[in-house]
Design a protein around this ligand. Structure first.
Ligand SMILES: NC(=O)c1ccc[n+]([C@@H]2O[C@H](COP(=O)([O-])OP(=O)(O)OC[C@H]3O[C@@H](n4cnc5c(N)ncnc54)[C@H](OP(=O)(O)O)[C@@H]3O)[C@@H](O)[C@H]2O)c1
Length: 375
């Protein structure tokens, strides 16, 4: 069984938490800068999922707008646009909706009782999947995983976002808060059918994007260590592909939980390692420049390298040189390019090293072209 896809929930709300107003016209909550940010997020996903009511009410295109982003995907052997996915109990969908336009694969998860009618209505405009009765978010994710989807962006609406949250099936929530109020109880807002996720989410980022405030929360089991590590693994998907080096993601987190920097392999230069890039962003290559590192944790999808062919300084040396006291990693390096014992070297230098193998299979799958079989 492939691991279930990473689930990124994304929505924009008013300052009082509404996803739309109650009029038939779609309320635009994001500005151009935020729409561009979402376009970048879309470009990093295999599928975009919205509820059937959003298909009916908003008639979204669900395409990547910037052709350079589609071209980058195509260069990596991916379809130019992510698959479009929707979920329906009634099957009440119009095949003339933009969701069914050519340009991206279309998947419709439909409740069993409505399947025959939906098939008659939609014909071959989409792949129709019997999602059981009642359909569940968990079933959809299992089926998407079997179709090769590793990362899914859930863009709304209220009910679908709430279902993923209440089922504990969200890894990340990107919330863009617009600078105005809707103040209408009849308007849709996040709609959780049960209690929300256990405990607080982990705040990983706050950023001004034009006029909206972006809050990036991490969720999922295991608390902050597991969540930051899963995020590091996701960053590794952004690496320019290579046949001679691993794709790795790293997140550096301060003592108070603030994300200080992120990095991924080959992010700035050809031979960059993830930890090296993240630390370079903080210190400009001069260890000791950022005192926050003396209490920080490095999360890395792969154990930091202890031997290296491409450059003279290993990631272990970068980490020790910066005075970082703690490293958490997912995947132990297979002896493919070097035989450096990064974890042991870090421990010998007094760094606390924690191996959390939960996301190791995901980290390995991103490097499947280098290590095709499970070790
Ligand atoms: N601000 C934002 O970022 C944003 C983003 C997207 C949407 N929105 C807004 O959100 C509103 C729509 O939200 P919504 O809550 O009404 O609808 P929704 O979440 O888009 O879709 C709900 C529909 O999805 C289907 N569905 C959901 N869970 C299902 C399940 N477990 N099994 C079978 N079918 C399931 C059902 O379709 P059937 O009715 O066909 O059975 C249900 O009526 C719109 O106003 C839209 O503008 C806002």
């Amino acid at each position: 069984m492939p691991p279930r896809p990473y689930v990124l929930l994304s929505c924009a709300t008013s300052a009082d938490g509404y996803l739309d107003d109650a009029t038939p016209r779609r309320l635009i909550l994001s500005g151009p800068a935020d729409l561009d940010r979402v376009d970048e997020v879309r470009a990093g996903c295999d599928a975009i999922l919205v509820g059937a009511q959003t298909v009916r009410a908003d008639n979204p295109r669900l395409l990547i707008r910037d052709p350079r982003r589609s071209a980058r995907r195509a260069a990596r052997g991916l379809p130019a646009h992510p698959a479009r996915v929707t979920l329906t109990a009634t099957g009440d969908l119009d095949p003339r909706a933009r969701f069914f336009a050519p340009g991206a694969p279309r998947l419709v998860y439909c409740a069993t009782p409505a399947l025959a009618a939906a098939r008659a209505r939609l014909g071959d405009s989409a792949v129709l999947i019997d999602a059981g009765d009642p359909p569940s978010a968990g079933f959809v994710l299992e089926d998407l995983a079997e179709r090769g989807v590793a990362r899914v962006l859930v863009e709304g609406g209220a009910r679908v976002l709430g279902e993923f949250l209440a089922a504990g099936l969200a890894d990340e929530l990107d919330l863009a808060v617009a600078p105005f109020f809707v103040a209408d109880p009849a308007a849709p807002r996040l709609d959780l059918p049960g209690p929300g996720p256990d405990g607080p989410m982990t705040l990983a980022e706050t950023r001004r994007v034009g006029e909206v405030a972006l809050l990036r929360y991490l969720l999922g089991p295991g608390g902050p260590d597991h969540r930051f590590l899963r995020w590091a693994v996701e960053l590794s998907r952004l690496c320019p592909p290579s046949h001679s080096a691993f794709s790795v993601g790293a997140v550096v987190v301060g003592e108070d939980g603030e994300v200080l920097a992120t990095g991924f392999s080959r992010e700035q230069e050809d031979h960059d390692h993830a930890e090296e890039v993240a630390l370079r962003k903080l210190t400009g290559g001069k260890p000791g420049r950022d005192p926050r590192l003396r209490h920080a944790t490095v999360y890395s999808s792969l154990v930091p390298c202890g031997a290296r062919a491409s450059r003279p300084v290993t990631c272990v040396q970068h980490i020790v040189g910066a005075g970082i006291p703690r490293v958490v990693f997912a995947w132990r390096e297979p002896r493919l390019f070097t035989d450096g014992e990064g974890a042991e070297q870090l421990r010998a230098a007094g760094v606390t090293v924690t191996e959390l193998p939960g996301p190791a299979e995901r980290a390995r799958a991103i490097n499947a072209h280098l290590v095709p079989s499970t070790p």
